[in-house]
Design a protein around this ligand. Structure first.
Ligand SMILES: Nc1ncnc2c1ncn2[C@@H]1O[C@H](COP(=O)(O)OP(=O)(O)OP(=O)(O)O)[C@@H](O)[C@H]1O
Ligand SMILES: [Mg+2]
Length: 254
């Protein structure tokens, strides 16, 4: 089967004003299969966001290639990407904010807003389409930002720490909600997270990054049955996975 997303021998370095190179990826191979939920876990500064931006076509590899369903990525338009700090425009309503991504892809405004309105209930935002971001809770703002990305209907869906800035309860609510959404829509997802529990709850596969530059990732296949519930986090298997992943994360620091 052709991967939904593949990095082949990808190297990438940031270059600063004085020409110094900061190598983040070196000769990395990664494959994400269609309709798989992948979580990317690694310490802060390890290059997760860089890797995701390469997957989104927002950064270009200095060598190697990024393939989407076997084709070279030419423009960022073919994937749906939610950046780590996804800000809603404060003067626009939920519907206007969420339709902006579609409009940037040349969908007429009315049509884009109609599509967003249809999705409001599924995103827990029914009745809030005309609200501005300051009238929403943190969790609702995050769902609105996620709606803006999900409405693009592009694959894969690339999410950079979508729950990073939320309190634990709101975060748990959103994890449950995303789990349910994903089990219905089954789109290819790559989600970046610091949180091993979150990765285990949501993902089919976990790619652990533990070295810099990133030359390879360690892959864990998570085979808890679906539909999953929070109960799975209380099982001995869950803890065994968690221990193995934490050990893998530590290895890079030894
Ligand atoms: N635009 C940039 N210019 C130069 N260096 C950068 C740039 N963006 C990131 N870096 C550096 O590249 C490395 C990887 O950064 P990246 O943002 O990909 O890490 P991350 O794993 O997403 O971290 P976090 O978990 O904190 O979000 C870091 O050392 C960072 O300082
Ligand atoms: Mg990051």
């Amino acid at each position: 089967m052709t991967p939904a997303l593949a990095l082949r021998q990808v190297s990438f370095a940031y270059v600063n004003a004085s020409g110094e190179r900061w190598l983040v990826l070196e000769g990395l191979d990664v494959s994400v299969m269609p309709q798989t939920f992948v979580a990317l876990v690694g310490p802060s500064g390890s290059g997760k966001s860089t890797l995701l931006r390469l997957m989104a076509g927002l950064l270009r590899p200095q060598s190697g290639e990024v393939l989407r369903f076997g084709q070279q990525l030419h423009s960022p338009g073919s994937v749906a990407y939610m950046p780590q700090r996804d800000l809603l425009l404060p003067w626009k309503t939920v519907v206007e904010n969420a339709a902006a991504g579609l409009q940037a892809r040349h969908v007429p405004r009315k049509q884009a807003e109609q599509r967003v309105r249809e999705l409001l209930p599924a995103f827990g935002l029914e009745g809030f389409g005309e609200a501005t971001p300051d009238q929403l809770s943190g969790g609702m703002r995050q769902r609105a930002a996620f709606l803006r990305t999900a409405v693009l209907e592009a694959e894969p869906l690339l999410l950079d720490e979508p729950f990073g800035a939320l309190d634990a309860l709101t975060r748990a609510d959103l994890q449950r909600w995303l789990l349910h959404m994903w089990e219905q829509m089954r789109r290819t997802v790559v989600l970046v997270t610091h949180d091993v529990d979150e990765a285990l709850l949501l993902a089919d596969q976990i790619f652990v990054i533990s070295e810099r530059p990133i030359r390879h990732t360690q892959t864990f296949s998570v085979d808890f049955p679906r539909p999953r519930t929070y109960e799975v986090t209380l099982t001995p298997d869950f803890l065994a996975y968690k221990r193995a992943i934490l050990v893998s994360l530590q290895e890079g620091r030894a």
